[in-house]
Design a protein around this ligand. Structure first.
Ligand code: ADP
Length: 407
């Protein structure tokens, strides 16, 4: 076949429910690649769509090319990444631990990857340490976009829901200047939008890019997934009074069914947000932020934060730490599909995050806390967290070249 003409396929390195992954060589120049054969049309389509959208992001795995096979399987040719964050955590646990500056550098890279996704309205839906792959040089990249979606129709609103006015109070949380971090004070390799104008220009560029890609896709996929194409329409927000600030609100999202509902059966239980556990079908990018909170906590303690043994147990573990989940702590929660199907006794003394993250600094605990809000709207975005003091104060993130990468 065309693939075997171009690549020498070596051993299998991974297999999941829908995919087998092989190590391979490109015959033309011998570079090592990962060949991911996906046995499910929809996952194939989603992974390709997401990786193409994110193709210029440093902290997202590179898709070199892909092939469709007769049986609607796809083979993705990915840059080969030899290890992952789960291995980093495992090694650290065996001995040595992780220095605060190392934790910080891993977090930075994860946040940059997630920020790239979210700025493109890609919700990953399965963030966990084993899907954060790492190169031999210590560059961390988000992988496994088989469950991802690109959300459509968004409205840019300000934190307090009021229309954004330059110079008003709600401008305070807009990033003010590019942060300078580590690496001999080099600016971010993945340039941050530094002010509103620049951000809006970027957004316009993105919309134009999406529109172009939609046309490309329609042409290249011919009978491609119509429902998926429908989710990529780009609305015109020229007259949107909310235009101009940074958070998003998902107005309407389409999944595979006609009703426009997203499936709540995504992700890996330990990293699944409470709205998913309660069966929400209208969630947004915030589900990834919850997963991030769980991943960051695991980096800090080297143990999973909420290792639930069932979906009910998962919610139980969350509540025992963070306290009751009610209309008071999360307005609107009682309207979630499964809210009344699951009943918990009142938690008199929640364990609290501090107790779970023993011996960690206040700044570290605070970072996790800002991601683990019950109310999805209360969770800090990746872009906001990248502007945090935490990342520019001592101990500074260690340079990527000094990270210890499992062999
Ligand atoms: P699944 O959807 O089946 O979980 P993944 O993309 O997570 O598929 O891949 C499964 C396994 O294959 C991963 O855990 C990893 O060990 C390996 N793998 C995937 N992509 C790569 C890659 N780019 N480089 C090296 N190994 C990879």
């Amino acid at each position: 076949s065309e693939i075997t003409e171009r690549y020498e396929i070596l051993e299998r390195i991974g297999s999941g429910a829908y995919a087998d992954v092989y190590r391979g060589h490109r015959r033309s120049d011998g570079i090592v690649v990962a060949l991911k054969e996906i046995h499910d049309y929809q996952s194939s389509f989603r992974e390709i769509e997401a990786l193409q959208t994110l193709r210029d992001s440093l902290n997202v795995v590179d898709l070199l090319e892909y092939f469709w096979q007769e049986d609607e399987d796809a083979v993705l040719v990915l840059e080969f990444l030899p290890t992952d964050l789960a291995s980093v955590i495992r090694d650290a646990k065996r001995g040595g631990g992780l220095a605060p500056g190392e934790v910080k550098q891993w977090m930075l890279q994860i946040l940059r990857g997630v920020d790239a996704c979210h700025r493109n309205l890609v919700v990953h839906r399965d963030l966990k340490p084993s899907n954060l792959l790492i190169s031999a040089e210590g560059v961390l990249k988000l992988a496994d976009f088989g469950q991802s979606r690109i959300l459509q129709e968004t409205r840019y609103i300000s934190r307090d829901n009021s229309p954004h006015e330059p110079g008003s109070e709600n401008e305070a949380w807009l990033p003010q200047q590019p942060a300078m971090v580590g690496e001999g004070n080099q600016p971010w390799p993945d340039p941050r939008p530094i002010n509103e104008d620049e951000y809006l220009r970027e957004l316009d560029g993105l919309k134009a890019k999406h529109a172009m890609e939609d046309t490309d896709k329609e042409m290249s996929l011919q009978d491609g997934d119509a429902s998926c194409l429908a989710t990529c329409s780009t609305g015109d927000v020229e007259d949107d009074p909310f235009k101009g600030s940074y958070t998003y609100e998902v107005e309407e999202v389409k999944d595979d069914d006609e009703s426009g509902a997203l499936t709540s059966c995504v992700g890996t239980r330990w990293f699944r947000a409470p709205e998913l556990l309660y069966g929400s079908t209208t969630y947004g990018l915030e589900i990834d932020l919850w997963s991030l909170g769980c991943i960051f906590a695991e980096l800090l303690t080297l143990a999973p934060l909420f290792p639930g043994t069932s979906d009910i147990d998962q919610l139980g573990k969350i509540i025992s730490v963070l306290g009751d989940l009610t209309e008071e702590t999360w307005p609107g929660s009682s309207k979630l599909p499964d809210y009344n199907k699951i009943f918990f006794n009142k938690i008199e003394n929640p364990i609290g995050l501090e107790a779970c993250l023993q011996n960690r600094s206040a700044a570290e605990v605070d970072l996790v806390r800002r991601l683990l809000g019950y109310n999805p709207a209360s969770r800090a975005s990746a872009m906001e967290l990248l502007q945090e003091r935490y990342f520019v104060e001592e101990p500074l993130p260690v340079p990527i070249s000094e990270l210890r990468v499992p062999s």
